[in-house]
Each structure stands twice: as C-alpha cells, then as structure tokens.
Ligand binder design. Sequence first.
Ligand code: G4P
Length: 532
Amino acid sequence: MAETAVLKKEIERRRTFAIISHPDAGKTTLTEKFLLYGGAINLAGSVKGKATARHAVSDWMEIEKERGISVTSSVLQFNYGGFCINILDTPGHQDFSEDTYRTLMAADSAVMVIDAAKGVEPQTRKLFKVCAMRKIPIFTFMNKLDRDARDPFELLDDIENELGIPTCPMNWPIGSGKEFKGVYDRENREVVIYSDTQKGTKEGVATSISLDDTDALLSALGQGAYDKLMEDIELLDGAGSGFDRDEVDAGMLSPVFFGSALTNFGVEIFLKNFLKMTTTPLPRVSDKGEVDPMSPEFSAFVFKIQANMNKAHRDRIAFMRICSGKFSAGMEVLHVQGDKVMRLSQPQQMMASERHIVDEAYAGDIIGVFDPGIFSIGDTVCSPDVKFEYEGIPTFAPEHFARVRQIDTMKRKQFVKGVTQIAQEGAIQIFRELNSGLEEIIVGVVGVLQFEVLKYRLENEYNVEIKMDTLPYEHIRWIASDTDISTLTGTSDMKKVMDLKDRPLLLFINSWSIGMTLERNEGLVLEEFSKN
Ligand code: G4P
C-alpha cells in the first residue's frame, strides 16, 4: 500500500478518549472490561492495583518515589474490532490535579461514567465543564444498575439540569438492583436479558427478545416489569428529541447507555456503539489555521509534564498528543518554542499493560518522551518542513489556596527559583499580591495533594523549608475586560492578585462575592479558564 494510504488507514482507525467520573463511579472497572474485550488482559482486575489507586496521602510520596515516572497511569492503548483505542486516564481521588484537566485537552471525546444510585457528582461536573468548553462528543455510561438505582428519567433530568446537556437514551433499564431484568435496546427494539453470571469474563451471548414477542417478554420480565417498560417506552418515544449525529459530534447531545460494569452487562454493546459514533482524531487549531490530522507532516503538542519524584532520577517525561502525520523513532523534529531541531529521546507508549519504546505512532496517539527540561506545557513539536504553533492549553482555575513563605529568609533566591520552576512545569500556580514581589506568594492548586508535592520538592530539590498557611479562597477569576484592577470595587473578602505573567486576577471566598463584584463594576468580564 502506498505510504499515504497506510497513514490514512492508521489514523482513521484511531479513537482517543478520556473516561471522566467521580471517584468510585466505576471508571477503573469499566476500563478493565474494555481491555478485556481488546484481549489486552486475560482477566479483568489488573489495570491498577487497588492499593495504588486508593493510597492515602501519606503513602503517596513513597509510592511515587518507588514507581518513578509512570506512563501507566497516563494512557492505555489497545486494539478492538479494527480500532486502535487510546484511553486517557483522568486521575481522581488524591491525584486530582490540574493535570487531570490538561489530559482532557488531548482527548477527542469523553466517556462519562455515572453511578446510577447517585447521579451527577462534583468531580464529574468539573471534568464535564472542560469537555463542554472544547465541544467534544460526550457519551454517558450509567453504571451499577445491578444495585438499587435512582429512577432513570430522574437521572437523565439530573444530567440535563446539572450539566446543561440534553441526553438521548440509547437503551433503557428494566428495574434495578435485585429487580434488574435487563435493558431495552431502542434501536433494535429488543430486550436484552440481564444475567450476572458473566462477572469478570467476556460477555457471553446475551439473550435478546424482540419487543413484539409479548409472551416471551412476559415470561422473562413478569407482568409488573413488562407493564412498566411499555409505559416507559411510550414516554420515551413521545419525548421527541431523538438521536442526532450532528448534535452528538458538536457535544450538544449525550447518548446514554445503562449497564453494569462490574457484572459486565451492557459493556460490549456500549463499547461497540461508542466506537461507531465517536470521532476519528480531530483537527487542531494552530497559528496557521486548522491542521488536518491526515497531513503527512508530523506534529504534536505537549499536554502534560511529569516530574520524577525519585531523587536519583531527576528527569521528567513530557506527554505529547500527536495531531497530524506519523512519528517514527529517531526522526528529527522541530521544537517550535525552543526553535531547535532535535530527536525525541526514548519515546514511550503504553500498549496494554506494558510500557515500551515506540517505533511508530500516528495522529491520535500519545507518546511520552524524556524531557531534559526544555519543554513547557502547550509547546508544539513538528516536522522541520513545517513550522506552526498549536493553540496553547488553558490555565484552569485552582480551588485551594495557601500563603507560602520560606522559613529561612537567607534562602530567598532558592525559594523564588524553586516555586517559579515548579509553577512553569504546571504543577502549581503562583500569585503575588498587588504591588509586592515573590518573597511571600499565594499558591493555588486544583488538588490539595499538590501542596504536599510542593513542600516535598522545595525541601528535596531546592533545599528550602517553607511555611504554608491555607487561605479560605475557593474561586479564582481572570479579568478578561480592560477593567483596571487597582480601581475595581469588590467585596471586603475579595483579594486582588497577579499571576506569573502579570495578568490580574481576583480571589473569592464564595460565588456570591463574584456576583456582587460583577454587579458593582460595569463592563467587568471574569473568566474561569485563561487562554495562554
Ligand atoms: P473508580 O475507578 O471510578 O474510582 O471506580 P472503581 O471502578 O474502582 O469502582 C468503585 C467500586 O464500585 C468498586 O467496589 C467496584 O467494584 C464497584 N463497581 C464498579 N462498577 C460496578 C457495578 O456495575 N456494579 C456494582 N455493584 N459495583 C460496581 P469496591 O468495593 O470499592 O472495590 P473492590 O474491592 O470491589 O474492588
């Protein structure tokens, strides 16, 4: 096959997505089942040891030190049904950080896992917002139907009201918990009967009964469940807004599938339909316009930099999302921001559960490369034949703030160097009060664990001990209008600060103060994300 035909075929079969959820909704379990179908693992249960997934804060440093840089936790690649699938991990629990948001910038679509007993939860809401900002397709897997669940209509209302995205149920649950009988497949007009004998193994051949086969349905479901189903179907069909591919593509409609990841019910159907409906690698915007993923010239952008916590290996890995063309090991690339032609060192990828050196990778894939300290988040790397810069990655609003200063004032230089470098890596954000310098700073983080990382790294890498006092602020807003920050009138508990790039920002304790401040300053525009 001609080279361009191979390139096109390889890129067309790529599907790169993130799974977003609140901790415990079932993201890990669902991922395990996906891998099972891909033949990547023989038995579910090995994506990540629960011990590592659930570690307490105090264990974290030790674990991180032991495992060094883990590509494992970042992306998994496997093949299924002719597709080459890249699943991006969005760490939750203690690991929730700005990186979690940045990872979403590398995805072309998202799978949102919701616990059907709980509905939309805070972390889902936060991650959803970022996906919505990018207008990528979002598919919902309503999980844990084998347990008592909330009413399905109520769950859909919850998504629509909480997240503001209309939904389109692709199948419909019949009961839940002990009374869970299966799902009704709306497209094929048949009922797929639930059995929980498939735990941990591949989905067996599920029994399906056509909706027209009343006798069989009655004997499988019982009169009560049958009547309820008929009632539900009437309501669903009458509700109007059906499946619309264009709206799904634009991130304006979320197809919803009900199932149970643990008992492996409805997972393969979901995977198949999701792969059919989701998108091939999307074009990305550069300063020279949109870049076609199929164009032969290689290009990628850095979306995450992970520092090694191990003192003996103080290197970093830069994670890149390939946006166009093909990457071959040893090829020369241009690091646009550094204006330097180079070879990417030790490019790695995760295939199934093993980390290996990449020989070739295509648009849609993620590679991790050794970074001697030259890359920044958002940087572009491309073939030296072309030169353009991808749009930067936004800065996301931190939610926890602390005042940080060095204990030994003689160490001011190391302190400033340390916090600035760590901030440049994207691990923390630093702010200074209006009209003051960096001797005492305000640090903002998305996840509280980042405070500990900061303290640990300053002590170990820069030999600086710090004192940290948490601040009560919970919201930060960038000023997007040309309002002068010094004359702006806010609420008494509001704080005015500047970031590293000297952009003005406001810190608020509650959302009420944000509203008041907007009211008091005509023309003021506040933003939750900041485009770099
Ligand atoms: P997460 O990655 O989103 O945090 O969730 P994870 O898959 O780890 O699942 C959280 C808990 O929910 C696990 O139980 C898991 O077994 C359970 N779970 C996931 N999907 C389903 C489902 O469809 N039905 C039921 N009934 N449970 C489900 P755990 O007791 O916390 O852990 P484990 O000891 O069972 O592994």
